[in-house]
Design a protein. Structure first.
Length: 243
């Protein structure tokens, strides 16, 4: 019973305090204030943009672009023949300067073409002989003068291997048979019948002059010595020994 009385006393005290607070509140009875909307500033396109007071400078330099490498013109070899004897392999090549030489494939491995030894020139360095087969070889080209264009007429076919490496397959082209030379034409001058008769008469007169003083030698039988005999010809008689 004592607890119930104490609870009602506390409740009356609390109600009196709330009413006293409302009584002296100056805002009592007024509607609640409207919520404040955020103001978004508008930017005029005609106005100048505000300059950034501070711009950080970057310390990373841009990577310069590599200039494309200037390539030299393509220089091709021509295959003239191959030689395979056991483990020894060789190619008969015609250099771009039209000099013919024999290049051996050393130990059947990638072999540099010795242009100094065979061609007496440093212009053809960087070429390597890779393979030698019957009627076909493979040559690796320099990086600065790659094989880019096929030349099937000369038996050159280009192949790309990667990393700028190019290889040309050289095949032995079958040559066409050479045509027989035409016989020289000799033009005979046209001679009339009168000229032919005249020339014949002139030859006859020359013979008459030659044989004008000619006398046929005649050997009589009684004049034939022993052991000899007479041989008679239109131009005269002559003596020959009897066999």
């Amino acid at each position: 019973m004592q607890k119930i009385i104490t609870f009602f006393i506390i409740l009356l005290f609390t109600i009196s305090n709330v009413r006293a607070f409302d009584l002296f509140n100056p805002e009592r009875g007024k509607p609640p204030p409207k919520p404040i909307e955020p103001v978004i500033p508008t930017i005029d396109s005609s106005s100048k943009k505000l300059e950034t007071p501070f711009t950080a400078k970057t310390s990373v330099k841009p990577i310069p672009k590599k200039k494309p490498r200037k390539l030299l013109p393509q220089k091709d070899f021509a295959l003239k023949g191959t030689s395979i004897i056991g483990e020894k392999r060789a190619a008969i090549l015609l250099a771009p300067n039209k000099k013919e030489f024999i290049q051996y494939l050393k130990d059947n491995r990638r072999t540099e073409i010795d242009s100094t030894k065979y061609l007496n020139s440093e212009k053809y360095r960087g070429y390597y002989l890779l393979k030698v087969n019957a009627r076909e070889v493979q040559i690796e080209y320099p990086l600065d003068a790659p094989c880019q264009k096929d030349k099937e007429k000369n038996g050159v076919v280009c192949n790309k291997k990667g990393n700028g490496v190019t290889v040309a397959s050289l095949s032995l082209k079958q040559r066409k048979a050479l045509k027989a030379p035409k016989p020289p034409v000799t033009l005979k001058p046209a001679i009339s019948k009168a000229e032919i008769d005249k020339k014949r008469d002139e030859d006859l007169e020359k013979r008459k002059k030659i044989y004008k003083n000619f006398k046929r030698k005649v050997i009589k039988d009684e004049d034939v010595p022993p052991g000899m005999r007479v041989v008679r010809t239109p131009f005269g008689d002559r003596l020959v020994p009897i066999k």
